[in-house]
Ligand binder design. Structure first.
Ligand code: MG
Length: 272
């Protein structure tokens, strides 16, 4: 089974080892940066999470990845938004038109929350930034519909490719479905409560855990790597935590402060 993310990182390590045989693998371990909800914390994005502008800024900065969250509305339309509510209404129980017409739904920068199609149109603009696609758990319905519709949308935009998109989810069921149906894609479980070996046994090829989970279980990084799994960490914004996660040897740092992580990583930053 190909694990795109893992093989990319190993290739970068192998290349640097050939050039610098005397340095250790860890010294040359390259680490990717994923902008959490896009590179939103800047003037150009109007401090608007999950906005089209935040994805554009992540692409402009050539960040390795840009994360975003996807829900399904009551009329089965895919909507990019973090919380399961917007404008005081539950997305799963509300039709798309509400989120596109009620003024209180607007993002800070004036954008309306985007449909997945609108968002992926911006995603097509650069192949240098991986789309880190968070499949949001469903409370009231089968989660398989959200996955099926997401895959269809990605295909429509020519983005259903392990080098262009990867999946993350707090829903174990969603990770299980991706593992079974689309094993070539990087597929990271978010909830932090399962050891890498137990996920691997079920075909899930990555973890994306809160940094406190790695403070508690630093051994999970090496365990995941020994199993060929990729390791991502969220949401790391403070300098001391960024440095600690770099020292642990994670593969990707998900952050609201991509330029700070870039500055700390220096030559260790991984690019697509
Ligand atoms: Mg998210």
């Amino acid at each position: 089974m190909t694990n795109y993310f893992f093989s990319l990182i190993r290739t970068a390590v192998a290349a640097s080892m050939i050039l610098l045989v005397s340095t250790t693998a860890s010294a040359q371990h390259k680490i990717a940066i994923a902008a959490h909800r896009g590179f939103w914390k800047c003037e150009a994005a109007g401090n608007s999470e999950n906005s089209i502008a935040s994805l554009r800024e992540a692409q402009k900065a050539a960040l390795w990845g840009s994360e975003f969250d996807v829900h399904l509305t009551a009329d089965n339309k895919l909507l990019v938004n973090h919380d399961n509510t917007r404008g005081g209404k539950e997305i799963e129980l509300t039709k798309l038109s509400y989120f596109k017409t009620d003024e209180q739904c607007r993002l800070k920068n004036g954008e309306w929350p985007s449909t997945l199609d609108e968002y992926l149109k911006q995603g097509q603009a650069s192949d240098k930034t991986m789309l880190v696609f968070e499949l949001k758990p469903e409370k009231h319905r089968s989660e398989d519909v959200l996955i099926r519709k997401s895959v269809r949308a990605l295909k429509r935009h020519g983005l259903f490719d392990p080098s262009r998109v990867m999946f993350i989810s707090f829903s174990k069921h969603m990770c299980d479905v991706i593992a079974k149906k689309y094993p070539a894609f990087t597929n990271q479980y978010l909830n932090g409560d399962i050891a890498p070996k137990d996920l691997k046994a079920q075909g899930i090829n990555g973890i994306d855990y809160h940094y406190n989970v790695f403070y508690k279980h630093p051994e999970w990084v090496a365990e995941a790597h020994s199993l060929g799994m990729s390791v991502n960490v969220w949401t790391v914004n403070a300098e001391k935590d960024i440095k600690a996660m770099i020292d642990l040897g994670v593969d990707c740092i998900t952050t609201n402060e991509p330029l700070l992580v870039r500055e700390i990583l220096g030559s260790k930053e991984l690019f697509q």
